[in-house]
Design a binder for this molecule. Structure first.
Ligand code: AMP
Length: 376
């Protein structure tokens, strides 16, 4: 257990909105923040004391960064292993490099999960066209072909509806390693956000229900509409994954729920998660504050929801005719606005989100989606 006192500096690899909200919480608690990423003038950089702009492969810059901070964490999991190792020569890194190595590659992640008995969709490793033909025969159609590395929000994945699509799908991989997964006709998608401290302490936010649009998270709400059995199983699987990793920090597991009550792990995010944005405000301790507490060796906080909550993402699309009229969205009591300070509102780009609290999750969803609808 390594206690990092207030006024120390927390280093963050990555500089997006997750790092921004982490930095807001870190500053609230008296810490300094130093962010490292290849970009300048970033969402995390705006809130940080120092913003280093350098390639993750520039190990001299990484070492200099690590020497200037007291502990390192991430907001982005695709940081190369060599970068993490270079930082770990100087300071504690949470979560540890092995966790990143496993979760930044779908094949390693799914192999880890199935080897440890966690439920996942049937999958095959695809290196050659033959592998893909065999895989489609064994798994059946529809199936989903996903590049092993650098995949999120549906990037690097395509559905294979029939055997006739195999050649074209393989060509689309451009020589990249991939996995083929059985397509799950899920009833709903849910996630569990948890935090684990250096002493093994554990906190969870229960089950959050997620609705996606074009593979990108659209709306989340908590508590999810699931049975007690599903709730208990999803939380226990997530706790057990965190335990298996010796995880320190905030982590999220995304699940598919099938209509016959089966629960399958889709993905592990070794960091705070988009679905957990609704903990920032509606909970006693947000997912970001939990990350600060965990990496600094402080006790975890209460993850209790003060009221049922919902979150709606704001993508760049709603900037099509200029800056949205935020006054309209905020006219409804209970709605909060979070903007990430991104200058370039491209379609599909996550620019911000709205949260709402209400007496029930369904009511919170109604409020937050109506509030968002006033913007376009
Ligand atoms: P991912 O990038 O793996 O998180 O996938 C993004 C989204 O694509 C998921 O949230 C699902 O909505 C969908 N998806 C991914 N894998 C599958 C699958 N095996 N079966 C059905 N839908 C999937």
């Amino acid at each position: 257990m390594r206690y990092i006192p207030a006024n120390s500096t927390i280093g963050v690899f990555g500089s997006g909105q997750l790092g921004r909200m982490f930095a807001i919480e870190a500053r609230k608690m008296g810490y300094r923040v130093h962010t490292f990423s290849p970009d300048a003038d970033t969402p995390t950089g705006h809130i940080s004391d120092v913003e280093t702009t350098a390639s993750y492969d520039d190990l001299d810059a990484v070492r200099e960064f690590a020497r200037s901070v007291d502990v390192v964490t991430f907001e982005f999991e695709n940081v190369p292993a060599a970068t993490v190792e270079a930082a770990a020569e100087f300071v504690p890194v949470h979560p540890k490099g092995e966790v990143l190595h496993t979760t930044q590659n779908r094949l390693r992640e799914k192999t880890f999960l199935s080897a440890n008995g966690f439920p996942v969709a049937p999958f095959r490793h695809i290196k050659t066209l033959d592998d893909l033909h065999r895989g489609v025969l064994e798994i059946g159609t529809p199936a989903v072909l996903k590049t092993a590395g650098f995949g999120y929000d549906g990037k690097g994945q395509r559905k294979i509806a029939a055997v006739g699509e195999v050649d074209e799908a393989f060509a689309g991989l451009d020589g990249r390693d991939a996995i083929l997964e059985c397509f799950i006709d899920f009833e709903k998608e849910v996630s569990v956000v948890v935090a684990r401290g250096q002493d093994g302490s554990f906190a969870h936010y229960g089950v959050i229900e997620n609705e996606h649009s074009n593979h990108i998270l659209d709306v989340s709400f908590a508590p999810a509409d699931v049975s007690e059995a599903v709730f208990a199983e999803a939380v226990e699987i997530t706790r057990s994954i965190a335990e298996q990793f010796g995880y320190v920090g905030t982590m999220c597991v995304e699940f598919f729920l099938t209509s016959n009550g089966k629960i399958l792990v889709n993905e592990i995010a070794p960091r705070p998660h988009n679905s957990g944005h609704l903990t920032f405000g509606p909970c006693v301790t947000s997912q970001f504050e939990q990350q600060v507490r965990a990496v600094c060796g402080l006790p975890l906080g209460s993850s209790e929801f003060l009221r049922p909550a919902a979150m709606a993402n704001l993508l760049g699309d709603i900037w099509a005719t200029g800056e949205p009229d935020w006054a309209k969205a905020l006219a409804t009591p209970g709605v909060s606005l979070h903007l990430y300070g991104k200058a370039d509102p491209r379609p599909g780009r996550k620019m911000g989100h709205l949260t709402a609290v209400a007496d029930s999750a369904a009511e919170a969803v109604g409020i937050v989606t109506q509030s968002r609808a006033t913007l376009s």
